[in-house]
Design a binder for this molecule. Structure first.
Ligand code: ARG
Length: 484
């Protein structure tokens, strides 16, 4: 993620010495300090400084091509913008109390550096199309970084699936033991979810990658700037087609946050499983010490805080989605200052999702599955379906087979016995169809091997899907690196 520059503490200056506001011509008195404090967004939107400057450079080139700046003026402004960028990147940029937002701060500093010609940078532009452009540029980078982090977690899960091949655990429905499954199949289930998330993010990026610049305040720019050319310079796929829409549209924020919410929900479900599995009640995985925390009071404790926090951060991400949807729902066209409230939740949610992806990608390879405990929990009554399927193969309608095996299970439960301990004679007393061949079905291996239809948990099927995913992932990663 682009490093967020920390705004330097503003130097307190007497009000009289403060530079006049951009709109000072229209006003008889200076802004009340309470209004200034209430309406400033610089602490948040300084994170978009790079994108703001990049947008301004492209705009200046557009102005130059349209003959609105001389070559000398354009060069001076570009050089000045370059200096502002360096100041921001090296943490030397000084924020002033009058800098309402990043756009005004950059222009103010630019003008200090290059003189009055700096005032020409805002020709044919409003902060309304500027902020919409900056935010799309920011989000585009953020989506790319999120998808890259997501793929790191996919790689970690594929690694787990490869090294855990052969480990069996009970699959659950209603959190009751249901049927044996391969642990690798379980990890690959999470990979499938994450790949859908990557797809949703790519889709959100596609609609975000359209340039609003040139929409002016709301009605369009009053100068003949070649918008398509500016868009190409900025790597946008195209330009917005309605200026009113372009300055007021934050669908792209909502779409990203919707995709991020679903992603966070998936990470939360993985986190929840790690919490359960690392409990003494399950004992399915041991957490590496480096990814667990102790208790300040109870010496025996080893807590899965990472998984819990991943689960907990989900609420923050959903909150951001609800926040933007609520901000947008009552807004008349076109720009309204409410829209400034889009950034804090967006930036926070993006940061939390990436942090969750990053820490999980580090933790997953270090989990230690307790293969023997998992296997011990996987057999027993979880094999009941196998017996029913055997009866179906012998010609019994499934409903009747279910009923016969139900009685076998009840007997087991009543006598505290396991299905595997049943003898041929025991089984035969429930149905003449349950002969010696039935016993061969009552093994975990047989249960797994039978589930060989596409998407099932048979070893062959899981290995096939794992190979496909490994190959696709290698290809996808290579393509991602080429793009960057
Ligand atoms: N800081 C503002 C925002 O984030 C920038 C646009 C302000 N435009 C305006 N007309 N006040 O939305």
């Amino acid at each position: 993620m682009p490093r967020t520059p920390r705004p330097k503490k503003a130097v307190a200056k007497p009000r009289a010495a403060a530079p006049a506001k951009a709109w000072a011509g229209r006003f008889r008195e200076p802004t009340d300090p309470a209004v200034e404090a209430f309406s400033t967004s610089i602490a948040t939107d300084l994170a978009m400084a790079r994108h703001d400057i990049r947008g301004s450079v492209a705009h200046v080139r557009g102005l130059r091509r349209a003959g609105l700046l001389t070559a000398k003026e354009a060069a001076a402004i570009e050089r000045g913008l370059g200096r502002v960028l360096r100041e921001i990147e090296t943490n030397r940029f000084e924020v002033r109390p009058q800098d309402e937002d990043v756009h005004m701060a950059v222009e103010r500093r630019l003008t200090e550096i290059v003189g009055p010609v700096g005032g020409k940078v805002h020709t044919g532009r409003s902060r309304n199309d500027q902020v919409a452009t900056d935010l799309r540029l920011w989000l585009r980078d953020e989506i790319d970084a999120t998808v890259s982090d997501l793929h790191d977690l996919v790689r970690a899960l594929l690694g787990r699936a490869r090294s855990d091949l052969g480990v069996v655990l009970p699959g659950y429905t209603h959190l009751q033991r249901a049927q044996p499954v391969l642990l690798s199949h379980h990890w690959l289930a999470h990979v499938e979810m994450l790949l859908r998330d990557a797809d949703r993010l790519a889709d959100a990026r596609r609609r975000a990658n359209v340039m609003p610049l040139g929409s002016g305040a709301l009605a369009g720019a009053g100068f003949p700037i070649d918008r398509e050319r500016v868009a190409r310079d900025l790597g946008f796929d195209g330009v917005s087609r309605n200026s009113l829409d372009a300055v007021s549209d934050r669908d792209f924020v909502a779409e990203f946050l919707a995709a991020a919410s679903i992603l966070a929900m998936h990470l939360s479900r993985l986190g929840e499983e790690i919490v359960l599995w690392s409990s003494q009640e399950f004992g399915f995985v041991v957490l590496p010490d480096a990814f667990a925390t102790g208790s300040s009071m109870m010496p025996q404790k080893k807590n899965p805080d990472v998984a819990e926090l991943v689960r907990g951060k989900t609420g923050r991400v959903y909150g951001a989605l609800v926040s933007i949807l609520t901000t947008l729902k009552g807004l008349p066209l076109a720009y309204n200052r409410d829209l400034q409230e889009d950034k804090p939740p967006l930036f926070d949610a993006a940061r939390q999702v990436r942090a969750s992806l990053q820490v999980l990608a580090r933790m997953m390879p270090r989990l230690e599955p307790a293969a023997a405990t998992m296997r011990a929990a996987a057999g027993g009554l979880s094999l009941a379906t196998e017996l029913a399927d055997f009866l179906v193969e012998r010609g019994l309608p499934f409903r009747q087979a279910h009923e016969v095996v139900g009685r076998v299970v009840r007997e087991c439960v009543d006598r505290g016995r396991d299905l595997e301990s049943m003898t041929v004679a025991d089984l035969a007393s429930f149905s003449p169809l349950l002969d010696h061949r039935a016993l061969a079905h009552l093994t975990i291996e047989s249960a797994l091997a039978r589930r060989s239809s596409t998407g099932g948990t048979s070893r062959a099927g899981v290995e096939r899907r794992l190979r496909e995913l490994e190959a696709a992932h290698g290809r996808g990663r290579a393509a991602g690196r080429r793009r960057r």
